[in-house]
Ligand binder design. Structure first.
Ligand code: C2E
Ligand code: CA
Ligand code: CA
Length: 736
């Protein structure tokens, strides 16, 4: 991963982690709030239920009391017996009833019998509400803390009376569980002043507290809280609040009771207990979050791993050659450039190809060709060291970059490659390689492309039949290449500028007394007067195809000059022009030349077309038909450089040409002089029998001329008589 994408990835991860944390935090807050609300509602509900149950319980006391009063109102206040009987019916174990004759102050009771209350007490009774409930009090007779409901009534005789039903506070506690949430929360019954009237029996129900406001007024709570609560209580409203007591937070809820004089049921519970559930949910949420984050991290990790793997796959596709498993050219360029940026100069680049691979492919098939390429890749892998880089460029071209200690190691390495390749995988079909090498020392200041170009240049220069299959790049090669490039750049303009001219080399009779013809030879005359010989540019132009334009140009010029001389009725001889074999692949070559010949009204047999012997190697049928056509158009045709290549006497007999130009190799001095003369003579004899004229080329010495004596050779073209000369000079000689 690149630095930039890596840091973006890290930042994104951190941001998403923060995002998840923030979301969790908000979630937790929301859960807390919701659970808080729910808990408060729950507690309020518990409190309300308590209040309702208690009220119903007290209502029942009222009801029985009312029945009791009803029974009593049916008897006279003086009927003690009847009153006692009624008392017996109502009294039970947990409650006690009594009845007061408010006229006399006489009290009737099952528990403590009949007695008279004093006047103050009687007055007190008289002042009481028509009915109601009394706050807890200590029963004067039983000593039990009790509450009681009372009701005023009239006996049958109209005497005013009061009845009361009393029950112990304990019985209330026993009937109502004033604790909840597993005894962590407790309910209290308080009055408007906050005094605790009834509390749970449980030991945790905080016996020391007698007044709720004592709790609320403790440190840590603001005063507003208690006054607020007081206000709410006074308004007979139910509600909930929170307060701090002895280092802990508490929730408390209050609900007004219907019975009692401003009584309230209050429930108190530590917040912590209530939030326990919330905390469990929060903890689980946190765990879930952490789990999700871990999952994401794991996923991220695996994604990273697979994308790394994928990247490798892509790299493999992009950088490795499918067939051979070697690097591809692009990868070689990258790694090679990298290697060149190091500090060593001892680097060599090898450009390797397999000789005749195309032919091998054609003959043996592509599958076989592929096997050869794979074998070659194996050879390169075998001889490579860990630091070396190799690749297949395309087809059968390979590159190898090595770091060497000693320059002498390179030829050894070449030899090793050549031998390994020659050993081959198939004893029957061995193959040869050609290697061009460029050393970085020889081409300092160049880049990887420059090294490869130079190695290729050296490789292209390996002569197939020289016996040595490798060659080092040297500066001359580069100069040649540069010069070629320059010529290629200038050639078209040079042609338009008339920089190409032709010279004529005369063809003399054997004795040198008569000029019988001439050969037009092209020259490139630079604007500065310098001449470039055809040997330098013809091979290049043959390669890039420009030779067709140039040959046609020279031919046209020759026609133009001959036409001129004919018009002026000046002396003329047949002039030959060279025709590169490239023309033969040009469909209408014969027609084009004929058209030019006709344009300048050149008589037949005045122009000779020289075709090199090497065309005989090509598709002879086609060439013969072209030759036939040329002859039909009135051209003389000659075979040039005859004897320099592979042609034999036999080929000569089938050739439809008018003239044979014997190559100068025939006249080179060598050991087998006599044998050579025999061959030469029989060759000329044969040409004569076929009615061909014979020209001997490259004759420089008298001894060479001697060889031609008594052979019937028609003409001599050589320095012995004349070098190629400018057109004016040639015709001047001719006139003489
Ligand atoms: P070529 O057609 O065999 O032409 C004869 C070459 O031999 C000429 O070289 C000529 O100067 C040289 N020569 C003649 N007599 C002697 C001698 O006694 N001793 C030696 N050592 N050399 C002799 P040149 O003019 O340099 O041309 C070289 C080659 O360039 C020609 O060989 C021909 O193949 C090619 N060429 C020249 N002009 C043209 C052209 O217009 N078109 C084409 N396609 N090729 C041309
Ligand atoms: Ca020639
Ligand atoms: Ca020649």
């Amino acid at each position: 991963m690149k630095m930039k994408t890596k840091s973006v990835f890290i930042i994104l991860s951190i941001l998403s982690a923060i995002g998840i944390l923030a979301a969790s935090f908000t979630f937790i807050q929301n859960v807390k709030l919701l659970l808080w609300d729910k808990s408060v509602t729950d507690i309020l509900e518990v409190t309300e239920q308590g209040q309702h149950a208690l009220d119903t319980f007290i209502d029942k006391d009222y009801d029985t009391l009312h029945l009791f009063a009803g029974e009593l109102s049916g008897v006279d206040s003086t009927d003690t017996e009847a009153i006692q009987r009624i008392l017996n019916v109502f009294d039970d174990e947990t409650t006690s009833f009594f009845c007061v004759n408010l006229g006399t102050g006489k009290v009737y009771s099952d528990t403590f019998g009949d007695q008279i209350v004093n006047e103050a007490r009687r007055q007190e009774f008289l002042e009481m509400e028509p009915n109601g409930i009394r706050e807890p009090f200590y029963d004067g007779y039983t000593g039990v803390r009790s509450i009681g409901v009372y009701e005023q009534f009239n006996f049958a005789d109209g005497t005013h009376g009061l009845v009361q039903k009393t029950r112990s506070v304990k019985s209330i506690r026993e009937n109502f569980t004033l604790s909840f949430y597993n005894n962590t929360g407790f309910s209290y019954i308080i009055n408007l002043d906050g005094e605790v009237l009834i509390r749970s029996l449980h030991k945790n129900s905080n016996r020391t507290i007698q007044n709720l406001f004592d709790m609320i007024n403790m440190e840590g709570n603001n005063e507003e809280l208690s006054s607020n609560v007081k206000e709410q209580l006074a308004l007979k409203r139910s509600g909930a609040s929170q307060f701090f007591y002895k280092g802990e937070d508490y929730i408390f809820t209050y609900v007004p009771m219907e019975n009692g004089n401003n009584w309230y049921v209050v429930s108190i519970i530590p917040s912590q207990v209530v939030m326990k559930q919330a905390n469990t949910i929060i903890n689980q949420t946190m765990r879930l979050c952490i789990f999700i984050m871990i999952c994401l991290a794991v996923l991220g990790y695996f994604y990273h791993q697979t994308s790394k793997k994928q990247k490798k796959e892509i790299e493999k596709l992009a950088f490795y050659d499918q067939l051979t498993g070697l690097y591809r050219y692009e990868k070689f360029l990258i790694d090679g450039a990298d290697r060149l940026s190091g500090d060593t100069n001892n680097i060599a680049v090898f450009y390797i190809d397999i000789q005749g691979f195309k032919l091998l492919n054609d003959i043996e098939g592509y599958a076989y060709g592929d096997t050869v390429l794979k074998y070659m890749a194996d050879v390169l892998r075998q001889i490579s060291h860990s630091k070396d880089i190799s690749c297949r460029i395309s087809g059968d071209d390979f590159l190898l970059m090595v770091e060497y200690k000693n320059r002498d190691d390179i030829p050894k390495l070449c030899q090793e490659i050549i031998e390994q390749a020659e050993k081959g995988f198939d004893q029957e079909r061995k193959f040869k390689v050609r290697i061009g090498i460029c050393l970085l020392e020889e081409a300092k200041k160049t880049n990887i492309n420059g090294l490869i170009d130079r190695a290729k240049m050296a490789q292209a220069g390996v002569k197939e039949d020289s016996g040595v299959s490798y060659q080092f790049y040297n500066k001359t090669m580069r100069e040649t290449l540069l010069r070629d490039a320059q010529m290629e750049q200038n050639m078209i303009q040079a042609l338009n500028n008339g920089e190409f001219i032709y010279m004529i080399q005369p063809k003399y009779s054997l004795d040198g007394k008569k000029i019988l013809g001439g050969e037009a030879l092209v020259r490139w005359q630079k604007p500065d007067g310098q001449f470039i010989s055809p040997g330098e540019f013809i091979p290049l132009f043959e390669r890039n195809g420009f030779i067709r334009q140039l040959d046609e140009y020279v031919f046209t010029k020759v026609c133009e000059d001959l036409h001129d001389r004919i018009q002026k009725k000046q002396k003329i001889v047949p002039i030959s022009v060279n025709v590169s074999r490239v023309h033969l692949y040009w469909d209408n070559f014969a027609d084009r030349y004929n058209a030019i010949k006709n344009k300048y009204q050149i008589p037949d047999q005045l122009i000779e077309l020289e075709l090199t012997e090497s065309i005989l190697l090509e598709n002879t049928k086609e060439i013969f038909s072209i030759l036939d056509q040329l002859k039909k158009y009135g051209f003389l045709c000659s075979i040039d450089d005859f004897g320099s290549g592979y042609s034999s006497l036999n080929t000569l007999k089938d050739l439809p040409v008018d003239i044979v130009k014997l190559d100068k190799v025939f006249f080179d001095q060598s050991e087998h002089q006599e044998r050579k003369i025999v061959i030469l003579k029989s060759m000329i004899d044969m040409a004569k029998q076929l009615y061909m004229k014979v020209v001997a080329e490259g004759i420089e010495e008298d001894e060479q001329l001697e060889m031609l004596k008594n052979t019937g050779c028609d003409m001599v073209q050589g320095f012995i008589y004349s070098k190629p000369c400018i057109i004016e000079d040639f015709y001047q000689h001719l006139e003489k």
